[in-house]
Design a protein around this ligand. Sequence first.
Ligand code: ADP
Ligand code: ZN
Ligand code: ZN
Length: 746
Amino acid sequence: MREQYADIIVDISHEKLDKSFQYRVPPHLRDRLEPGMCVQIPFGNGNRLIKGYVLAVGDECKFDPARTKELLGIAEKDADATGRMVALAAWIRQNYGSTMIQALKTVLPAKKTVKKQEKRFVEVRMNREELRSLLGESLRKKQPAKARLLTALLEQWEETAGAIPYQWITGKLNVAAGTVNSLEKAGAIRVVTTEQFRNPVRFSEEAARERRRLSPDQQHIVDAVLGDFDEGNPGTYLIHGITGSGKTEVYMELVEGVLKRGKQAIVLIPEIALTYQTLLRFYRRFGDRVSILNSTLSPGEKYDQCERAKRGEIDVIIGPRSALFTPFPNIGLIVMDEEHEGSYKSESTPKYHARETAMEVARLHGASVVLGSATPSLESYYRAKRGEYKLFTLRERLTGGSLPAVYTVDLREELKSGNRSIFSVKLQELLADRLGRGQQSMLFLNRRGYAGFVSCRACGEVMKCPHCDVSLAEHRDGRLVCHYCGYSQPKPKLCPKCGSRYILGFRAGTQQIEEKLRELFPGVRTLRMDGDTTKTKDSYEKILSAFANEEADVLIGTQMIVKGHDFPKVTLVGILAADLSLSAADYRAGERTFQLLTQAVGRAGRGAAAGEAVIQTYQPEHYAVTRAAKQDYEGFYQEEVLYRELGGYPPAAHMLAVQIFAAEEPAGAELAGKLADAVRGEGAAVLGPAAASIGKINDIYRFVFYVKHEDYGQLVRVKDQLEELLLRWQLGNGQVQFDFDPMHCL
Ligand code: ADP
Ligand code: ZN
Ligand code: ZN
């Protein structure tokens, strides 16, 4: 009989031990151990009996078989939630590079003793007819906030049993306390304070029965996924379907399927796409069995949700990346909507990607993973094409509305014909047309802020932050500001290098577009959404609901405006500089541009009226632009994957970025050189080292080198080897960071 060996990490209380140990599996436990199981092991010289968790089981002995100890037995029968979390942390540590402690902090909810908090609710005191007549009155009197609250109360009549959390009203619904008070005075509602935790929405049998009949294509997906699951063969699935093609409906049916089988489900949605409407759809279907995790929850509330999940009070969690670590006992399904979104990758160590991590969570639980997107990531589509994931396509938009007509404008030609405005002639015409007809438009700019960098037109000198090596941005008050460290200085009157007076801002920010638009169309009502106007917690929702309420004709914004929000009245989308994101110096620039343009174009014509879109660009012939104009994902994929294969970029190969941080420039350069040489000695392809694209932040110098290999496992070994070197040189782990398949150039 073959021997079996188990990798075991000792109980968390022994924090200092940052590695796993291998033990021999005794004969009576062969084929019975699973990752996450809690076992008893003899430990250390005295063979003290302690608990540990199984990370993996295999038949390869990594050390001397004669000196490998045998584990004693299973300490707790079931692989409990904590055990699986430990196994997951170990996997994250191994595959993304971090200490075990950092990995554990990532997956385990921060332990907090939370004081029971009071919850406030609004209870309805009127019947439906009375509410409706109040609604009519507030609409006549042009009181949008009041109307919003009354509409929500009416819409949720059945599900809420007349109790809506106060926090939702002032938060998501963006209704001021004063408005709530005035409705209370009018006798429509009452504000109630309770001590117990109550759920936002109560379950209603009737609402559940309201669900839609799936189309044959939708039903096919549900049958395939649940069929595999029932055969004990859960897999990974990719649903490629444009917005409105019925993906969310499929997710909900699948969630219901796994709940019926006694399991739990995690639904990941990027925070920016997690709208009130989406949440409501899930609440309507699953009532108080569903909860949400997002950044508006306090740490205490987040901890509460984890506790409820552990205790089995909820079965469905909706949230961004970190919701993946909800400690459900028995997960059956993980859904990842908008799977191409960059926010699924963690930006701090461990720099894990939620997609691959979801697959590991699914492996630990025997769950299915369903990915969905209108513009799948190259990674996922590539794997689907190779049969690693099952691919489904939903082609029809169920909400009606047709794809918009798209005009691509060559900005070089515009200039030649004498148009120096930031709006092309075509866009000006169409804007005028929409304003005349009272329809809404969106203008999308691919970058943040009012002004870009400031440079000298005579000598080319660019004003930079003395601490961060990035160009300073000109703000309205005339100061130059660093977006990384906050350093600011007045704008110089003369070029510090050559003394010329021609020192100018590169003005193509959203604020300037707003100003130019007002010059062109006096009286136009505008709203602006960018990093500057959405600094506070609820400003984002405020702008969106104002635009939805038609309080403006034109919404101007950065990428935030193209994601996830439906404005049926928008019939025109203008993309002002399509290629600003193309010039970013990293291999994902084409993919990002295609995704953004496709999403932006798709914003037009969601409602009854047909839509049009104008793409202004300096590179009208670039395939990311031409394919996005035609909403042709497959065509884009074919060209892009060729480029990735030629360049040896993900998904055709893998890339490990090693970042080095140092307070002294020469020391950093030296360490980077030594580490890169060590890797090179092993025959791997190494690029660099070089100063990072931002060479200095807060007076810390940054260097980076990249290692490429077709096999991810090889890169993990490179990481292990570097970690060992750092340990031997006794360097703190803050000095080097690993980033596998990075999302941006570093
Ligand atoms: P996606 O998630 O792909 O954007 P949704 O699931 O939100 O698509 O569906 C878009 C719209 O179509 C929603 O209003 C939804 O209620 C509706 N819808 C989805 N599936 C069906 C169906 N089978 N029959 C009727 N309407 C549907
Ligand atoms: Zn100059
Ligand atoms: Zn700075």
